[in-house]
Design a protein around this ligand. Structure first.
Ligand SMILES: [Zn+2]
Length: 219
């Protein structure tokens, strides 16, 4: 089975530079926008798994539960890096885990409605507690105003970077970050295998409400 994490000698400039320069990269958006970043190829048929497991994973990929489990791991990575570094899936079938840059800023919302969840840029002291959407007296101020997470999908990381000018401290920081990306890839594969071991994929029928116009006799 493929392992993404690679130990690197954090005292050696040569080792750290080689690790960063040779790490797999992938476009952050489309191949034509020229921006690339550190990435891991998570396509299930490229992980060195048995044919039976690959088949099961392919069957599981589209389920909500599987997607949620993977998204949770990626969200945690962003949280641990204060969203300055985030990860996302890219590629036609979403098979590549890519490192993205981002940030977090105040969303500007001051209050929200406890009835319907509508958010408001004004505080209750400014505009009263009536909700503009549902009309109930249910608006309250946030105790901590919510933050908005921003991702820069077109921003490249270390594209064609010459690490010669980097200090050892800077190199170490970057190597550790990319190693954490590799560890996340390993954790995602481990989680996928655990799900494959403990769950079965079943097909369920569900009904989607649709609307149509009908003619009824006037009262
Ligand atoms: Zn409301």
């Amino acid at each position: 089975m493929k392992k993404f994490y690679t130990p690197v000698d954090l005292r050696s400039r040569a080792d750290m530079t080689a690790y960063l320069e040779n790490h797999f990269r992938y476009p952050t958006m489309n191949s034509w926008n020229q921006a690339t970043s550190y990435a891991c190829n998570l396509k299930v048929d490229r992980l060195g798994l048995s044919a039976g497991i690959v088949e099961k994973l392919l069957d599981m990929l589209d389920t909500y539960e599987f997607q949620e489990a993977m998204q949770d791991l990626r969200t945690r990575f962003g949280m641990e890096h204060d969203y300055l570094w985030q990860v996302g899936m890219n590629g036609r079938s979403g098979g590549y885990l890519v490192l993205y840059q981002g940030c977090q800023k105040p969303s500007g919302y001051r209050s929200y409605c406890r009835e319907c969840g509508q958010r408001n840029y004004k505080s209750v002291s400014e505009s009263g507690d009536v909700c503009g959407r549902c009309g109930s007296h249910s608006r309250v101020d946030y105790t901590t105003p919510p933050m908005e997470i921003i991702t820069y999908p077109g921003r490249a990381t270390d594209d064609g970077e010459d690490f010669e000018d980097w200090s050892l401290v800077q190199l170490r920081e970057r190597v550790k970050l990319v190693q954490e990306l590799d560890q996340l890839a390993d954790a995602m594969v481990a989680e996928a295998l655990e799900l494959a071991r403990t769950c079965t994929v079943e097909t369920e029928e569900y009904f989607v409400p649709k609307t149509r116009k009908v003619l009824v006799p006037s009262a």
